[in-house]
Design a protein around this ligand. Sequence first.
Ligand SMILES: Nc1ncnc2c1ncn2[C@@H]1O[C@H](COP(=O)(O)OP(=O)(O)OP(=O)(O)O)[C@@H](O)[C@H]1O
Ligand SMILES: [Mg+2]
Length: 593
Amino acid sequence: MKALFALNVYLLKYRWPMLAGIGFVVLSNVLAVLVPSFLRQGLDDALFQSLWMRGEGLGDLPDRIGHLALAFGAALLLAAVAKGVFMYYMRQTLVVVSRKVEFDLKNQLYAKYQRLGEGFYRQHFTGDLMSRIGEDVSNVRMYIGPAIMYFANVLFTFIAVLYQMIKVNAELTLWVLLPLPILSVSIYHVSRLINVGNKRIQEQLSTLTTLAQETFSGIRVIKSFGAEFAFNKRFYEEGLEFQQRNLKLAKVNALFFPLMLFLMGLSTLLVLYLGGKAVEEGTFSPGNMAEFILYLNMLIWPVASLGWTTALVQKAAASQKRINEFLDYPEPQEGDGVGYAFDRELSIDIQWFQYAGKSEPALHGIKGCIPKGSILGITGKTGSGKSTLMQLLAAQLGQDSGARFEGDIRLDGLAVSSIQKKEYRAHLAYVPQDVFLFSETIEENIMFGTQAQDRQADTLNKAIEWAQLQRDLSQWPQGLQTLLGERGVSLSGGQKQRVSLARALVRDADLYLLDDCLSAVDAETEQAIISQLKIELKGKTAIIVSHRIAPLQFTDEVWVLEEGTIAQRGSHESLLEQEGLYKQLYEMQHEQA
Ligand SMILES: Nc1ncnc2c1ncn2[C@@H]1O[C@H](COP(=O)(O)OP(=O)(O)OP(=O)(O)O)[C@@H](O)[C@H]1O
Ligand SMILES: [Mg+2]
């Protein structure tokens, strides 16, 4: 329950519509209890009149009473309509507030997701993130909206109806109320069973969706490995489980209404029996009896919903607890914002870097200085730590990831960790090893990292030229406006890499980090791109990771990484003169060519 306190800010924010909503609840209840009493008076007057009609003359008294009955009938109608109007506004205010809170909460959570770091994303699956921002937020909405609304309604209905009933007959009231607590408690239990059932269905649904999603995205692999039958079987089995859980819930659901009707009938029976006796004794009018049955009916639904709302609140509390877990998750530490300058050099001094859960360091003893305006090439066998180094330079591996990092990276002597991440990244263009493109147009993908006001046609054209994309673009009738992904065209591996490269090149950055971003491009194109970058990126600093040796000849210095440390360093030419990995790789690649 305490978890729900986190929502108090929102309750406070929307206090006026909430209060108005509760006001409407009170008004609609006051009018609701008037209806049965009007009915009683109208009924009794009509009965009285019909009794006298059979007797002998009493002047115009029967007529007067007849008019009275009519008047009460009209009042009854009016009260019922007004009650309906207030109920409409009650929903309009409270349910609207709950939708607003849902919207706010989703945005709050989404913004938090954007701020969380590497460590968080390593620990949590996408499905979990989705379900907390989707289903859990919906559960919380049910608390703010329906739960609060029904709860207020129960409270005021109870007060109003009990007051009226006791006024009519206190003893009878006590009797007919007896079955109600049983109703409330049993509905609470049935609701819990329903919630448990629902949860199990949701879980199975998510398994089923994940399976279906994976099947669709991996359909080519499935077909080429002839695994269709196995997948069909799995889908069938998971689907069967889903169906069985649904049927189980249907059974529980089927209990719900009969139970309610049974207990309701019991109370009505009590009114008929005890009320009938009272009418015989003359302490109760037939109108009273009708009135009582109406009151009772008015109580049934609130009492039933009390059990239901309690279950709702419990569910919401559990969901809010899950949401709070994410909202309270520590964010990666920001630099102190001591400024930013990159006029002279980037110096790297990594004594030790070890990923969480690993026994060996991914990097150790890496020390070097990259003067501004130069290009550094990095090569080395797979797993030698190239990408780890690039990610560290891109400030992607924060302390929160649980990694052990000793050493520092400095710009003009200023530690990168003390520069605000946002500031640092604004001067950075990073092309990660695995390409990620959005399902938008090619132009949107390339212009992704630039501010709208900086977008100019010639920077776009230049980036396209440098990434050697012109020829590819002419293949598609829509050119730059070609839509990628889901319903657009699919690019080849090399095309994707070059779009991703162009995305970095449109940025007016100080430091370009290109992590093996041309591996799927043919050797000739790679060489053409890197030799051109050497000319175009004048004055800018770049670090280029490549498995191919040939393009590294355009760099100023090359580091050869081996098992997390620099095994060889020097210019392309000087490295070719030494015996070592670099020369071996060069010769191997030349034999192939
Ligand atoms: N997120 C991670 N968590 C734990 N270990 C990791 C992680 N990323 C990489 N490693 C490990 O760190 C080592 C270096 O990996 P890295 O990706 O830096 O190699 P690389 O030189 O870029 O290889 P490649 O040429 O294949 O891209 C490997 O042993 C790898 O298993
Ligand atoms: Mg790599």
